[in-house]
Design a protein around this ligand. Structure first.
Ligand code: GRF
Length: 188
């Protein structure tokens, strides 16, 4: 099975996924794609000798180049890992139920446009939530919607800072995203 990862930034989740599948006989990361030429995820992909494709808005939203590229590469699953752009319809239609995303909150809470990164965790603390977590879900034409595949939760203690809850969420993401991908691929 062949995986494409889309990421816009650091790529710590992409790193864990690339590590997990490095010696797999069932699946491989065929390509990493980014809308950001400065994203650290590109360095990480280079370290695994995984090809990288950087694209701009026109290529992503106004052409079929990416769809063609992914079809030519025989991609089975598209994994969004800290990818900040909405997936356009041509891509959704070309890969139905084959595009997944990870979000650092218990959706449908704390999702949608503008709800990413620290914005999420700040809102969670401001609302004095006692529970927080992560969601892995199929991508659709809206931000952070689509069928939920997996949710992981943890307690927010009264003294927890933004850094603490962010770290707890990242640990959970890093542990779970590769496994969820592996399970999905096995069912395909
Ligand atoms: C993760 O928290 C993920 O849930 C969100 O963006 C973050 C990406 O972090 N969609 P990284 O680039 O994988 O380090």
């Amino acid at each position: 099975k062949r995986i494409a990862i889309f990421a816009s930034g650091s790529g710590s989740n992409a790193q864990k996924i690339m590590e997990y599948f490095k010696y797999s006989e069932d699946a491989e990361i065929a390509i990493v794609l980014s809308n950001n030429a400065d994203a650290y995820v590109i360095q990480r992909a280079d370290n695994f000798e995984i090809p990288v494709h950087v694209f701009d808005r026109n290529e992503f939203f106004k052409s079929d180049e990416i769809v063609k590229m992914l079809k030519n590469l025989n991609i089975d699953l598209i994994v969004l890992a800290g990818f900040l752009w909405l997936v356009p319809n041509n891509l959704l239609q070309a890969f139905p139920n084959k595009i997944i995303n990870i979000h650092p909150a218990l959706l449908p809470k704390y999702g949608g446009k503008g709800m990413y990164g620290d914005h999420v965790h700040k809102a969670v603390l401001a609302n004095k939530e006692t529970e927080h977590g992560i969601t892995i879900h199929f991508a659709n034409e809206h931000f952070d919607e689509g069928e939920v595949i997996y949710q992981g939760r943890f307690k927010v203690e009264p003294h927890d800072t933004l850094e603490v809850i962010k770290f707890k969420g990242q640990q959970l993401e890093h542990q779970q995203y590769p496994k969820v991908i592996d399970n999905l691929l096995k069912k395909m």
